[in-house]
Design a protein around this ligand. Structure first.
Ligand code: GLU
Length: 475
């Protein structure tokens, strides 16, 4: 979305620093510690040649490790024409805070390649990805104990398997080599549930927020998800899955916004049908039963309960924030609101649920995938059958004692032992709920903290500061 140039001196990294500074005065750390937490530890900027057709193209790429307070570093790799050093630094910083908020023991990192993936063939993208990985290996910027990339905007399972294959062929025999990247396909050491993890985390996070009666009363909304009017901007992996989980839970997805258009239907849209329509026609526009909006950005300003920006940064800024009518803004993307927009929306009394908490589902399940790779065993493999036998036995005893039988549906449900996907989903649900509780505790403990982002930042800064203190760097 071409919104980046709208503000004159736009620096995404500076925006993250502004939010950090706003929160840091509520922490106990001295300036030096705060400066260390804020700074990007290592920035690797590379340029490498790749033969595209008959010509050599010089590719610009980055990997930034924001914090080494815990290792490995962790964060996705983005393929986009907007990629630049400032953006990758900001995204890496957000990863540090994100991991701290959901208690995932990693430092933050991010990578980016400045290309429009739509302009290259799969073969060319493979060459670029493999060369990028080789550059990371050369400088020890990738490895299961060093730095572990993952998908981000413009990348997915396919790119992750190229990275894995390149890494393992350059480092043969490394026993934990599978853990050098996450978001892999299942057949290459991936974990069930990773693909939908960020969208599902957005759903779990917002559901928990909406279950708070006091907050909902203040926002003049009823508690719960059912019947809530939702707008989702971006129908990539995150936006599509978030929309799908809200739709399944009985919310009304009234508007979907893509880079080339937006559709509106007050009765609600089925995200799966919209995706099918896009696959057939090449665009979400013209979806039967819905109205095409004149400008896609118009969709952001429609009346709704929850607005979910799920694409790129800086889509809500000083110029349009005043026109946003949503009561809750759920930041599924990284940095979709500028600090100016954040202030305007907070002053209007809206609830902004911040990115570094709300979109942490992806990295949470990446953590589960990495653990699976290091343990070399699928989740549930050891206990599934044991639990089923035990459940069967207990149910038999209860039926024998009561003289009553449960229905076959209930039997299936009670006896079922946890599969990998059950464990991943419940681990994610628990993580998101615990994170909301921690943030809310901080928020309620200090009347001067006026917004959820500041509370989330305070939580993150405290945790990162604490682990620096434990390392003995700051006695
Ligand atoms: N790119 C995702 C994010 O921004 C996932 C990162 C990961 O799984 O390491 O959180």
């Amino acid at each position: 979305m071409a919104t980046q140039g709208k503000q004159k001196h736009y620096s995404f990294f500076r925006n993250v620093e502004i939010s950090f500074d706003k929160a840091s005065r509520f922490t106990k750390w001295e300036t030096g510690v705060l400066e260390q937490i804020k700074a990007c530890n290592s920035v690797y900027r590379m340029r490498f040649p790749v033969k595209i057709g008959e010509e050599v193209e010089v590719i610009e790429a980055y990997r930034v490790q924001h914090s080494h307070h815990k290792l490995p570093c962790k964060g996705g790799i983005r393929f986009s024409e907007e990629v630049n050093q400032d953006e990758v630094m900001a995204l890496a910083a957000l990863m540090t805070y994100k991991c701290a908020i959901v208690n995932v023991p990693f430092g933050g990192a991010k990578g980016g390649i400045r290309i429009n993936p739509r302009k290259y063939t799969a073969y060319e993208l493979e060459k670029i990805t493999r060369r990028y990985t080789a550059e990371l290996v050369k400088k020890n910027f990738i490895g299961p104990g060093v730095d572990v990339p993952a998908p981000d905007y413009g990348t997915g399972e396919r790119e992750m398997s190229w990275i894995l294959d390149t890494y393992t062929s350059l480092r043969p025999g490394e026993i934990d080599g599978l853990g050098c990247v996450t978001g892999k396909p299942l057949s290459q050491g991936g974990v069930r549930g990773r693909k939908e993890a960020t969208g599902l985390g957005v759903f779990y996070g917002l559901r928990e927020v909406c279950n708070n009666k006091q907050d909902m009363k203040r926002l003049k909304l009823s508690p719960g998800i059912e019947g809530k009017k939702i707008i989702v901007q971006g129908m990539g992996n995150v936006g599509y899955h978030a929309a799908k989980f809200f739709h399944q839970a009985g919310a009304k997805v009234i508007c979907l916004i893509e880079w080339d258009g937006a559709i509106y239907n007050p009765k609600g849209l089925d995200p799966d049908e919209v995706l099918r329509h896009r696959a057939e026609t090449g665009s979400i526009k013209g979806f039967p039963g819905s109205r095409d909006l004149k400008k896609n950005t118009e969709g952001l300003e429609l009346e709704c309960d929850i607005l979910i920006p799920a694409a790129l940064e800086n889509v809500v800024h000083g110029d349009n924030a005043g026109r946003i009518r949503a009561r809750i803004i759920g930041e599924a993307a990284n940095g979709p609101l500028t600090p100016e927009a954040d202030d305007i929306l907070n002053k209007k009394g809206a609830l902004v649920v911040p990115d570094m908490f709300l979109n942490a589902g992806g990295v949470t399940v990446s953590y589960f995938e990495w653990l699976k790779n290091l343990s070399h065993v699928r989740y549930g493999r050891l206990e599934k059958r044991f639990s089923e036998n035990m459940n069967h036995h207990i149910l038999g005893q209860i039926e024998g004692l009561t003289g009553k039988k449960v229905t076959s549906n209930e039997r299936e449900f009670i006896e079922h032992g946890a599969d990998e996907v059950d464990l991943v989903y419940s681990g994610l649900e628990e993580t998101m709920i615990t994170a909301v509780k921690e943030i809310r505790e901080i928020w309620q403990s200090n009347r001067e903290i006026h917004d959820m982002r500041t509370a989330a930042f305070v939580n993150a800064i405290n945790k990162v500061g604490e682990s620096y203190a434990q390392l003995g760097i700051f006695p």
